[in-house]
Design a protein around this ligand. Structure first.
Ligand code: E4P
Length: 221
């Protein structure tokens, strides 16, 4: 499974890019609001940090035609080097926008997906990615992982090229279980990525290795 960072915080992204094998960055209006900056200010910063990695930016327009204009504007601002995806919430207008965006040569991530069938319809419409919301499903006594696993199975069964970008995680266990579904990628907050890659026993083990080995290895510490 590939990891993406679900954040627009440039300090967090810089820190992650230092050591974490990130495949890209995703944002949504709520994530942007937490930064207190306009998209026009933050987009160039995200583009610079993303380099040739994926950058998924969510559309705010409600009408399909406007989503296409909006996505075109961002893609132009992102430039050729950027692997830009227009995140389209899967409303009636969102479904309509997918083939229009594809015809305009813009890659699409269908977002705010809560059911297996929404994902299949988005895939049939031509979405490159679908983003099912695991934690938000779990929060309404549904089963986020089960929804993802059904989507993964159907995409495999029907040999659909659309990939799954699982989203909305709050716990390490949710990420662990989504990985076992075989889903292609997941977008995860900075705090949770940090929790995934670390363990206190790793730190205590390294400390004791250093203590035991520092006088034995012929290299400067
Ligand atoms: C990413 O594409 C989603 O917008 C995001 O993961 C939603 O996460 P939340 O449910 O924690 O807001």
């Amino acid at each position: 499974m590939y990891y993406l960072a679900d954040t627009a915080n440039t300090e967090e992204i810089k820190k992650l890019l230092h050591y974490f094998p990130l495949q890209g960055i995703t944002t949504n209006p709520t994530i942007l609001a937490a930064e207190g900056k306009k998209l026009s200010v933050i987009l160039p910063e995200l583009v610079k940090l993303a380099g040739d990695k994926m950058l998924h930016i969510q559309m705010i327009s409600e009408k399909a035609e406007r989503m296409v204009d909006e996505a075109g504007r961002y893609r132009e601002q992102c430039g050729d080097k950027c692997d830009f995806y227009a995140k389209v919430p899967i409303t009636e207008e969102g479904y309509r926008a997918i083939p229009m965006l594809k015809r305009a040569g813009i890659k699409v991530t269908a977002t705010a997906i809560f059911t297996h069938q929404q994902a299949l319809v988005a895939a049939r419409a031509g979405a490159n990615f679908v983003a099912p919301y695991v934690n938000r499903l779990d929060n309404i006594s549904s089963h986020g992982i089960e929804v993802v696993s059904h989507i993964v199975k159907s995409f495999n069964d029907f040999k659909l090229p659309t990939k799954v970008l699982a989203a909305s995680f709050k716990t390490v266990d949710q990420v662990h279980r989504v990985t076992l579904t075989g889903c292609y990628s997941a977008t995860i907050s900075f705090e949770l990525l940090e929790r995934l890659r670390s363990h206190p026993m790793t730190n205590t083990s390294v400390e004791s290795f250093l203590k035991d080995g520092k006088d034995l290895y012929d290299i400067p510490f």
